[in-house]
Structure formats: structure tokens, C-alpha cells
Design a protein around this ligand. Structure first.
Ligand SMILES: N[C@@H](CCC(=O)N[C@@H](CS)C(=O)NCC(=O)O)C(=O)O
Length: 124
């Protein structure tokens, strides 16, 4: 594979962060870590180690479990890996799993906000 994206990222995937002439960062988690270190104010992560771990766990679940659900559905939607009744069943399952993930995320993000407000600010 050739082209500017493939030169910057051997996987030729987005997201890709370009920072000046020499820095090319791929992988969303690594990009977030780079942003946090390169531009520390305002911080992306909360202050306490426990709250930071909570935020990182949330991101990890999105990167792995949630992405797998999205990707699986994308294989059917974009690449037509299944058709007919099987595609319908897999679509229904993807919707069910997406709903569970959304509920889990809403609850988890609510917990993070509540933890922050108990400590008198948005950042726990
Ligand atoms: N683990 C990577 C996943 C990146 C990824 O899956 N990118 C997709 C779009 S969301 C992509 O660029 N796929 C190549 C393509 O669509 O041709 C990350 O977190 O950055």
C-alpha cells in the first residue's frame, strides 16, 4: 500500500495525528496519550489515579469490545459478508449488543461525572 496515509501508518488507518514535519502518530490510544503529554493543559484525564484508571478502562472497553461490535456490523453493512436472513439476524444482534454498550457507557460516564461533582468539580 502506498500514499501519504500508508507512509505515516503501516496499517493505513485513521485516526492519524500529524504534529509538525516529523511527528506522525497512529493508534487512537497512543494519540490520546501524546495529546495529554504534548498539551497538558487542560488535561484530558482526571487527577486521581483511581479516576484515571476508570477513564482508561472505559476507553479500553470502547477500543476492544465496542469496536468489535461496530466492526462486525460494518463487515455486513459495507462488505456484504452476509445476506438475507443471516444478515437480518446479525443486524438484530449488533443492535442488541450496541444498546447494551450504550447503556453501560451512559451509566459509566454518569458515574464519572458524579465522582467529579462529589469532589467539587468536573474532574474527579
Ligand atoms: N486500533 C485503531 C483502529 C483504527 C481503525 O480501525 N480505523 C479504521 C476506521 S475507524 C480504518 O481506518 N480502517 C481502514 C479503512 O477503512 O480502510 C485505533 O484505535 O486507532
Amino acid at each position: 500500500m502506498t500514499g501519504p496515509l500508508a507512509q505515516a501508518n503501516p496499517r493505513a488507518e485513521v485516526p492519524l495525528l500529524i504534529d509538525g514535519p516529523d511527528v506522525r502518530i497512529f493508534e487512537s490510544t497512543v494519540i490520546l496519550e501524546y495529546i495529554e503529554e504534548r498539551w497538558p493543559q487542560p488535561p484530558l484525564l482526571p487527577r486521581s489515579p483511581a479516576a484515571r484508571a476508570f477513564a482508561r478502562q472505559t476507553e479500553e472497553i470502547c477500543d476492544t469490545q465496542y469496536e468489535a461490535i461496530n466492526w462486525g456490523w460494518g463487515e455486513i453493512l459495507w462488505f456484504r459478508r452476509a445476506e438475507g436472513e443471516l444478515a437480518k439476524q446479525l443486524g438484530a444482534e449488533a443492535r442488541r449488543q450496541t444498546r447494551l454498550m450504550q447503556e453501560w457507557l451512559a451509566d459509566r460516564l454518569g458515574q464519572a461525572v458524579r465522582q467529579g461533582s462529589r469532589r467539587g468539580g468536573r474532574q474527579p
